[in-house]
Design a protein around this ligand. Structure first.
Ligand SMILES: [Zn+2]
Length: 130
């Protein structure tokens, strides 16, 4: 159980079903925001299986808690307040994500989001581009 009063940069209500978000993930996101130094907006958090299918999410998506053995989800997409990263910002957010310990990072060709998760049942030390 996370004590949200100790989280500096994110509010509980920025996440869908925050009680199902893996606590380690919240701490890492907060560290990431501190390291990155710019506002970050949660653009995708928890999904139910139907929503995941609608958006073309992976069958074992880290956004879907029912796929995880412990019932927690760990997949978050972040964007900027402008809803798009510059190429430099994309480099900086990726660098900061790695620095705070993320080892599963997804990038998008339109520069609009970065996917991060701490799903240890999925391959580690991977970066993909959708
Ligand atoms: Zn994602």
């Amino acid at each position: 159980m996370i004590d949200w009063t100790t989280i500096i940069h994110f509010k509980k209500d920025e996440f869908i079903r925050p009680e199902l978000l893996r606590p380690k993930m919240i701490l890492m996101l907060d560290d990431l925001r501190g390291q990155y130094g710019q506002p970050l907006v949660v653009s995708s958090s928890w999904r139910d299986a139907d929503r995941n299918a609608q958006v073309g999410g992976a069958l074992n998506s880290s956004h879907v808690s029912v796929y995880a053995p412990d019932g927690f989800y760990s997949g978050i997409d972040l964007t900027t307040s402008a809803n798009v990263f510059t190429k430099h910002e994309y480099f900086e957010i990726t660098k900061a994500a790695y620095a705070v310990g993320f080892r599963r990072i997804g990038l998008y060709a339109d520069y609009k989001h970065i996917h991060l998760d701490v799903e240890n049942r999925l391959p580690q030390e991977v970066l993909w581009i959708d």
